[in-house]
Design a protein around this ligand. Structure first.
Ligand SMILES: Nc1nc2c(ncn2[C@@H]2O[C@H](COP(=O)(O)OP(=O)(O)O)[C@@H](O)[C@H]2O)c(=O)[nH]1
Ligand SMILES: [Mg+2]
Length: 522
């Protein structure tokens, strides 16, 4: 569902309530009942403040992140875990600055790994010299995955907020506070008693509570980090990660599963029919990625698939490259064929054959060319040869070609990379060079391509993919295929984001109710 639709639903849903609030308020005032209604409402607010204040006093608001030690842990493991818990408790508060500072985590990680390994390998010169590299990587991977799961589960919207956004939010709060102080100062001049009282109320009421809530959440993230890392440091030092992440997870799952389950599986279950991974060609949307070696074709494919990686299966195509089959429920599948590409001097026979094979099976070609390449002779040649090859075979049709100008981050000014860039009309130096580069490519490739899209496919820094390339791709296909592509690469993720926020709010609400219930029982 689109954001607009969600907003419409929300507006329709809340309008009657707002109407009732308005009418009710007016009625109370009209009847002169306002005075009597006022006290219970105040009491209700007051109670809310009081409880919120109490619950944010400890670390209480979010669930504890230190699971009780698993029953297979030895006394030595438990001793190490004590150290981890002590480390987590050592931070009574973390500032947003610390939270955003990678060095802070590095220091904690180093300190923790020293403490834990001192228990397992007392003589070690460094905390890791008794470990293998796969073990260390497994520890990092497991801790990161668990932390990720916790954060996604309990912090609504965390997958949409960048660290930068948290910092901005803090700044906005500071501005708000400054503005508020100015306002209080002004109103105190006019009405000293009331102004003063209100200032006190905000100072020790709402503002303070917001700070406490924020502090609580930051501390929770921080504590979760220490606990997850600590947990896997124990697992690593005890040698349990030697089996690798995959096997470790299987073993833990088996350990946690109720023992009955294994027995229930029929010993000789009939073999499942092999899943049909390649659906009939007619229903598939095929995209071929062509271009010179090192242009960033594979990076582009990764950027396109991004978070969908889990629903993708890959299939090597001999002499051509790798095919990625992406199938989502409810839409026709999309496949991307990543080719090996050709060298600087142009495509040799084998490379050209690969390009023709990839093109004959595609509905669309993404032709990747590096932005910093001044000459595009080899590219122009390849496109001309393809065109001629298809012209000789009237039963086949050369699909439309979109030129993807990659690595625009390397255009001057080189040191700068601060997307998003409004390259079609912007005036920042980078925007101007991107625009010039796109114009140059358009001129060089001419009518061989139907569109030129600048992108940066470098992992983590990607730009221009979802906002530029995906819509351009969808626009070149017929409606059904275009929709499938949009959904596969773009709209699906967007729609999903809102669904996930909903699930997180629910999850958080359930937890809050649980905590409330727990407190009431005390
Ligand atoms: N700076 C920068 N490097 C990139 C970008 N895209 C890919 N690369 C790098 O270029 C190199 C070649 O990329 P790869 O995807 O393997 O190219 P392929 O041979 O065309 O598949 C790798 O080192 C990538 O990290 C980009 O947009 N910017
Ligand atoms: Mg490649």
């Amino acid at each position: 569902m689109t954001k607009v639709r969600l907003a419409t639903l929300a507006a329709l849903f809340f309008a009657p309530w707002l109407f009732l609030v308005g009418v009710g308020g007016y009625h109370l005032w009209d009847r002169g009942w306002w005075f009597w209604a006022w006290w219970p409402m105040c009491l209700s607010f007051g109670l809310a403040y009081f409880l919120a204040y109490r619950w944010t006093r400890g670390r209480g608001l979010l669930p504890d992140t230190d699971q009780p030690p698993p029953n297979y842990w030895t006394d030595r493991d438990k001793a190490a875990w004590e150290l981890v818990q002590a480390k987590a408790r050592a931070y009574a508060a973390v500032s947003a600055d610390q939270l955003g500072d990678p060095r802070h985590y590095t220091e904690i990680a180093l300190d923790l790994s020293e403490k834990v390994s001192a228990i397992y390998a007392p003589g070690s010169a460094t905390p890791i010299d008794h470990l293998t590299i796969p073990e260390i990587l497994a520890c990092v991977e497991l801790a990161a995955a668990d932390l990720d799961e916790l954060v996604r589960k309990y912090l609504p919207g965390s997958h949409m907020l960048r660290v930068r956004d948290y910092q901005r939010a803090r700044q906005a709060a500071d501005w708000y506070r400054t503005g508020q102080n100015v306002y209080w100062a002004g109103s105190t001049l006019l009405n000293p008693v009331e102004g003063g009282l209100r200032w006190l109320a905000t100072r020790y009421g709402l503002g303070n509570l917001v700070d406490r809530l924020q502090g609580n959440v930051l501390l929770w993230v921080h504590t979760a980090f220490v606990h997850q890392l600590g947990h896997y440091l124990v697992e690593m030092n005890s040698g349990r990660l030697k089996v690798g992440v995959k096997r470790y997870r299987e073993l833990i799952a088996a350990h946690l599963a109720p023992p009955m389950q294994a027995d229930l599986a029929p010993p000789d279950a009939p073999e499942q029919p092999a899943p049909t991974t390649t659906p009939p060609a007619a229903t598939r949307t095929g995209i071929a990625v062509l271009g010179p070696v090192k242009a960033g074709k594979s990076s582009l494919v990764n950027a396109l698939l991004g978070q969908q990686a889990a629903t993708v299966d890959t299939l090597p195509v001999p002499h051509v490259g790798v095919r990625y089959n992406l199938s989502l429920n409810g839409t026709s599948p999309v496949t991307i064929l990543d080719t090996a590409g050709y060298g600087q001097d142009g495509a040799n026979e084998a490379e050209f054959a690969a390009a023709t094979k990839a093109s004959t099976e595609a509905d669309l070609i993404l032709f990747v060319t590096p932005a910093t390449n001044p000459g595009r002779r080899a590219d122009v040649d390849l496109l001309d040869r393809l065109k001629a090859w298809f012209a000789e075979r009237p039963q086949l049709k050369l699909p439309p070609v979109i030129a993807v100008v990659n690595q625009i981050d390397l255009l001057s000014p080189k040191a700068e990379w601060a997307p998003p860039y409004n390259w079609p009309t912007g005036t920042r130096p980078k925007e101007v060079t991107i625009r010039d580069c796109v114009a140059a490519v358009r001129e060089q490739l001419g009518s061989r391509v139907i569109a030129v899209v600048p992108v940066c496919a470098r992992g983590g820094d990607a730009f221009g993919i979802k906002e530029g390339l995906v819509p351009a791709v969808a626009a070149q296909l017929d409606d059904a295929r275009g929709a499938a592509v949009l959904r596969a690469f773009h709209a699906e993720a967007e729609a999903d984001q809102w669904k996930r926020v909903g699930a997180q709010v629910l999850e958080g609400g359930k937890k809050a109710l649980g905590i409330l219930w727990g407190n009431l029982k005390k």
